[in-house]
Design a protein around this ligand. Structure first.
Ligand SMILES: Nc1nc2c(c(=O)[nH]1)N[C@H]1C(S)=C(S)[C@@H](COP(=O)(O)O)O[C@H]1N2
Ligand SMILES: [Mo]
Length: 219
């Protein structure tokens, strides 16, 4: 019985849970990165962005520089990896255009992202057979989310470094954020600094507050 009623209860509860609240007014960008990332790929046709992001954060907006920023892949991997900004910029990147949907009802269309395919990062680290999930940590110290390994291996999951050909703005989670085009924006961890492969399920920030673990965008 509970299995039948719980999902309905979850949906009914949603309006009463803490809400995603964002701002769309421009704020100064305090991140400082040198060198700036240069596009490694030609811009694809069709990447003319339409719509506006509402900038969401559950913490103070964290500030990063090329000196204090780092990126770690650890947990159930054969080869733990740690990159500083310079090293991270050397990784091979791909460009893709995708739409971005927040579960609260706004979308941004045709965003051009350039970054490292998540699949490539996982394959290069060597997935331990015990790993079942991939956990993503924000450098804000609070926000996390996760994907199953097979979700994470989808081709359009990307660890983005450039948005519309430039360093991702601080308010949009720069310098590096996760992009999950077929899933709602709450999976798209901003200020991404760590990827950990884990055995047991991890419940992300908004999922703890009633949103679905499988955040597929439904039309
Ligand atoms: N660290 C962090 N990542 C986050 C969030 C957040 O509050 N903190 N909000 C999520 C949600 S609900 C959405 S819709 C998008 C919003 O992205 P934007 O701020 O670039 O518009 O970021 C996602 N990633
Ligand atoms: Mo969202």
């Amino acid at each position: 019985m509970a299995a039948v009623f719980l999902p309905l209860f979850g949906n009914w509860l949603q309006p009463y849970l803490p809400t995603m609240a964002g701002s769309s007014s421009p704020k100064p960008d305090r991140n400082k990165f040198d060198p700036l990332p240069e596009p490694k790929n030609p811009e694809p046709i069709g990447g003319e962005r339409k719509g506006q992001f509402r900038n969401y954060t559950v913490t103070e907006v964290p500030t990063f520089t090329d000196e204090n920023w780092g990126f770690t892949i650890d947990g159930l991997v054969k080869k733990q990896q740690k990159y500083n900004w310079q090293e991270f910029l050397e990784l091979e990147r791909r460009v893709q255009v995708s739409d971005f949907h927040c579960v609260t009802g706004w979308s941004v269309y045709n965003v051009t992202w350039e970054g490292i395919p998540l699949k490539k990062i996982l394959q290069d680290s060597g997935i331990d057979p015990k790993a079942n999930y991939v956990k993503f940590y924000s450098g804000d110290g609070v926000y996390t989310d996760s994907l199953t390994i097979s979700q994470a291996m989808q081709d359009d999951m990307i660890v983005a470094v450039l948005m519309d050909g430039e360093l991702i703005p601080q308010q949009n989670g720069g310098p590096v954020r996760l992009i999950t085009p077929k899933m709602y924006g709450y999976k798209s961890v901003k200020w991404l600094t760590r990827i950990e492969l884990i055995e047991n399920e991890h419940i992300g920030y908004w999922e703890k507050r009633g949103y679905k673990k499988n955040a597929w965008v439904t039309s």
